[in-house]
Ligand binder design. Structure first.
Ligand SMILES: *Cc1c(COP(=O)(O)O)cnc(C)c1O
Length: 340
């Protein structure tokens, strides 16, 4: 038996694409598949998203773009991060990737999106130059689409004013949160990542926005033991039994993406919610059981109704970070794709 099993449901991805297209009401949907498709597998997600109506792929680096180019010969691929070296630019040109440029130094012979900083305070020009012929798009990025609507509205308005005279170029500012909840942010295209995977950009239940999680992560009880009062499990003796307590050991740890700060979160033991207890180690964590369970009992870490958002809340982070952290290396987990 594998230590754990990852299942990616492409049917859910296609449904999420349709939900986003509906919300976008005519604007294009560009599928953001950086960081190996937020841990889900970039190529599989890209294929499903393009098949369901997305019209471009977005990644963070030229390397990610080149890897996708092998599987998607004709697709538009936009590299959102800065292409810093001449070598990157040459590779992008040869592979027909589009680049995002945040200064006035525009490389020749490659299609470019100019990035305007409307308030993210990270990459971007503070003012648009007259765009040379290489420029096909104008973009910006929202800092608070998931938290502060007044600031997001202000950024959207700044973008609208700054790009007003350039309606012949593709203008794009929306991420998932804005695509779902800010009609004014739609412009010509939206760059959506997290929602494709059925994870909430708002760290709430994705069903509120009509999204369906694509990832399931399952393992099993590899060891079951009865702790007597005063006995503990794991490093540092963080969990000490006060009454006789059954615990199960799951062969998944922080090297697999089950982070140390997920102690206290829930997993499903044969469908029943049970608490992860004690210190998470590199290759295992413990779960408190209500009774003796056989070795081999299935444990769901994500899926079957248990949301990544639940773990994110426990770890005081966002679903994005949990998803990107899942280790899908075949040396650690088996991976399956359904609905393809
Ligand atoms: C990652 C990223 C996105 C996608 O954001 P989501 O919240 O995952 O939809 C969009 N635009 C840029 C510039 C990004 O870096």
């Amino acid at each position: 038996m594998h230590r754990s099993e990852l299942t990616v449901d492409l049917g859910a991805v296609r449904q999420n694409v349709r939900t986003l297209l509906h919300a976008l009401d005519g604007s294009e949907l560009w599928a953001v598949v950086k960081a190996d498709g937020y841990g889900h597998g970039a190529s599989d997600i890209a294929g499903a998203a393009l098949g369901a109506g997305a019209t471009a792929l977005c990644v963070a680096s030229v390397g990610e773009g080149l890897a996708l180019r092998r599987d998607f010969g004709g697709a538009r691929i936009v590299v959102m991060g800065p292409a810093t070296t001449n070598r990157d630019v040459a590779h992008a040109r040869d592979a027909g990737l589009e680049l995002v440029v945040s200064d006035t130094d525009i490389p020749p012979g490659v299609r470019v999106h100019l990035k305007l900083d409307t308030g993210m305070g990270r990459w971007g020009l503070s003012e648009l130059p007259v765009p040379p012929v290489e420029v096909v798009g104008l973009m910006s990025h929202l800092a608070t689409a998931d938290t502060d609507s007044a600031y997001a509205d202000w950024q959207i308005e700044r973008f609208r004013q700054a790009t007003h005279g350039f309606s012949h170029l593709t203008r794009h500012i929306a991420n998932s949160a804005a695509a779902l909840r800010y009609p004014a942010a739609r412009f010509d295209a939206a760059r959506c990542g997290i929602a494709l995977y059925g994870i909430s950009p708002f760290n709430t239940d994705p069903a509120e926005d009509g999204l369906r999680p694509a990832l399931a992560w399952r393992s099993y009880l590899a060891q079951v033991r009865l702790l007597q009062p005063g006995e503990s499990t794991g490093y540092g003796r963080r969990f000490v039994a006060t009454v006789p307590t059954w615990v199960g050991i799951v062969p998944v740890g922080y090297a697999d993406g089950f982070r140390r700060d997920m102690t206290g979160t829930e997993v499903l033991v044969d469908g029943e919610p049970r608490r992860a207890v004690g210190t998470v180690s590199m290759d295992a964590f413990a779960v408190e059981l209500d009774r003796e369970r056989p070795v081999g009992t299935p444990v769901t870490i994500v899926g079957d109704g248990l949301l990544i958002e639940r773990h994110a809340a426990q770890a005081e982070t966002i679903g994005y970070e949990i998803a990107c952290g899942v280790n899908s290396s075949p040396a650690r987990a088996s991976r399956h794709v359904t609905g393809g």
